[in-house]
Design a protein around this ligand. Structure first.
Ligand SMILES: [Zn+2]
Length: 114
């Protein structure tokens, strides 16, 4: 299962980044671009499966925020949102220059007490 390795990786990264305060983490927010094909519900299910293996994670809230696909138009210099795979700017110029939508990253970490 793809998602469980993603979630495991997220918490491995957090453990490496915050070795002293990992056990004080209360909330983790992830950002997943729509092109990353990450389904928030599958990430939540994977997180619950991981908690069964590592009960210490049960106090952490995991939130997944989906980011829209944004492309840049070289013709008019504007960024535009790609809706229903329509890679065409409001000015009519097609562009597949993605500036947002492929990322999968930890965007916010909250700790107990702050
Ligand atoms: Zn344009």
């Amino acid at each position: 299962m793809h998602e469980i390795s993603i979630v495991r990786n997220v918490f491995d990264t957090l453990q490496e980044t915050y070795p002293d305060k990992f056990d004080q983490i209360t909330k983790v927010q992830m950002e997943a671009g729509l092109l990353s094909n990450i389904q928030p519900i599958l990430i939540q299910n994977a997180f619950e499966a991981l908690i069964l293996e590592e009960p210490g994670l049960a106090d952490i809230e995991l939130e997944v925020v989906q980011l829209p696909i944004i492309a840049h138009c070289d013709a008019c210099g504007q960024d535009f949102e790609v809706v229903r795979h329509r890679f065409v700017c409001a000015c009519g110029t097609p562009s597949k220059k993605i500036v947002q939508g492929e990322e999968l990253q930890i965007s916010k970490v909250e700790f107990f007490g702050n």
